[in-house]
Every structure is written in structure tokens, then in C-alpha cells.
Design a protein around this ligand. Structure first.
Ligand code: AMP
Length: 215
């Protein structure tokens, strides 16, 4: 199964992608995670991406397209994957279509996870992420058992630099201007399913399974 999870920052794409990974047995491919790892490792890619990410701007298309082309050729992607945070622009979507054609593969569905903007700001500003396993918590909605410590692996929790309020507002503007047009693009292709992204994680997961014809 080849899926795209489309949606604004804070819509819960990462959380749902992780749940789907377990259920479908295909990897989550998150350009944001790949870029953050490159930043942490201090690689050439990390250096290229750093200033864009810190400002909440998009990393140039050719950089992320290169990452995805390389990632999708890996053997764990042979049976499918869940794209989380890619594509984010029309040129990225077109590059993905070309990459799929060259691998004789096709997308199964594109899920647009939809959440009102005021909820997104609240969600993102309270988000805390485990430095070791990437698991996400929320200071109000899903707090860890012990403050600042991951329930899953005991790692330290931190707030992403780009989850500060001013940067969040900028990221939402970038989403509206550059990524939202992809909804109409995939709708025209007959691949789009809209998912109400409000409510509990499990409820949203049920809606996704229903949209995939698996509920
Ligand atoms: P995310 O974790 O998906 O919110 O991504 C965090 C940041 O990484 C974004 O704000 C961008 O700076 C960068 N990024 C991730 N995916 C992409 C993409 N497909 N295109 C451009 N920039 C990206």
C-alpha cells in the first residue's frame, strides 16, 4: 500500500503514520524526520536544510526530491510506504509521480487530514517529542507519566524549535500557500479521501481505516 498523508503541521500525520506502519507493515517515510536526523548528525544535507527548517520555511524542492528518490529505492519500500510530510509542493508531487512511474508503481490513496487552524496552534505549541524514539506527547492532551520523560523508552522530551508560536504561524501560512493546492491536485486524480482530524487519536485512526476500506 502506497499512501500519502497530507495535512497542515500539527494535524497528527506523524502519529497516524506510526499507527499505520504497525497495522499495514510498511514503513513511514517522513522527510521532516530524515532532515532532523541529518541536522542532528551534522551532515551536508543537514547543513543545507538548517536555516530553512529553523525559520519554518520549506527546504528547496530539489533537496527533498533527492532524499525521497533515494529513500523509495530502498528494499523496505518495495511493498509500500506511508509518505508523511512529502510532497508539500506541486513540483514535489510531479517528481513523485515520475519516480513512481520509473519504479512501475502507483499511489493507492492520498489522505487529507483536516483540522481547524486554531486547534493546530494549540496542538503544536504543546507538543513534546522524544529525542530517542520520536514518540510524541502533548502537555495537556497526552502528557507523559513523568514530566519530560518518554513513557515508551525513557528518553528525554523536547520542544522542536519550529513548534514556537511565531514559527507555527509561519508554517501554517506556508502550508496554505504551497501545500494546500495538492488537495485539489489529488482530488482530480481520484485519489483523495478527506479525514476529519479532530478528536482522539483512536477515533481518527478508525476514520482512516474506514477510508482505506479496512474498518
Ligand atoms: P515536518 O516534521 O514534516 O513538519 O517538517 C519539518 C520541517 O522540515 C519543515 O518545516 C520544512 O522546513 C522541512 N521539510 C519537511 N518535509 C519537507 C518537504 N517535503 N519539502 C520541503 N521542506 C520539508
Amino acid at each position: 500500500m502506497r499512501l500519502i498523508l497530507l495535512g497542515p503541521p500539527g494535524a497528527g500525520k506523524g502519529t497516524q503514520a506510526k499507527l499505520l506502519t504497525d497495522k499495514l507493515g510498511v514503513p513511514q517515510v517522513s522527510t521532516g524526520d530524515i532532515l532532523r536526523q541529518a541536522l542532528a548528525d551534522g551532515t551536508e544535507l543537514g547543513r543545507k536544510a538548517k536555516s530553512f527548517m529553523e525559520q519554518g520555511a520549506l527546504v528547496p524542492d530539489e533537496v527533498v526530491i533527492g532524499i525521497i528518490e533515494e529513500r523509495l529505492r530502498k528494499s523496505d519500500c518495495a511493498r509500500g510506504y506511508i509518505l508523511d510530510g512529502f510532497p508539500r509542493t506541486l513540483p514535489q508531487a510531479e517528481a513523485l509521480s515520475r519516480a513512481l512511474r520509473s519504479l512501475s508503481a502507483a499511489l493507492d490513496k492520498v489522505l487529507s487530514v483536516e483540522v481547524p487552524e486554531e486547534d493546530l496552534i494549540r496542538r503544536l505549541a504543546g507538543r513534546r517529542v522524544c529525542r530517542d524514539c520520536g514518540y510524541m506527547f502533548h502537555v495537556d492532551a497526552h502528557p507523559p507519566g513523568e514530566s519530560g520523560v518518554c513513557d515508551k523508552c525513557g528518553g528525554a522530551l523536547y520542544q522542536r524549535d519550529d513548534d514556537k508560536e511565531e514559527t507555527i504561524r509561519h508554517r501554517l501560512r506556508v502550508y496554505r500557500e504551497q501545500t494546500q493546492p495538492l488537495i485539489a491536485h489529488y482530488d482530480k486524480m481520484g485519489l483523495l479521501r478527506r479525514i476529519d482530524g479532530r478528536g482522539a487519536i483512536e477515533e481518527i485512526s478508525q476514520r482512516i481505516h474506514h477510508a482505506l476500506g479496512r474498518a
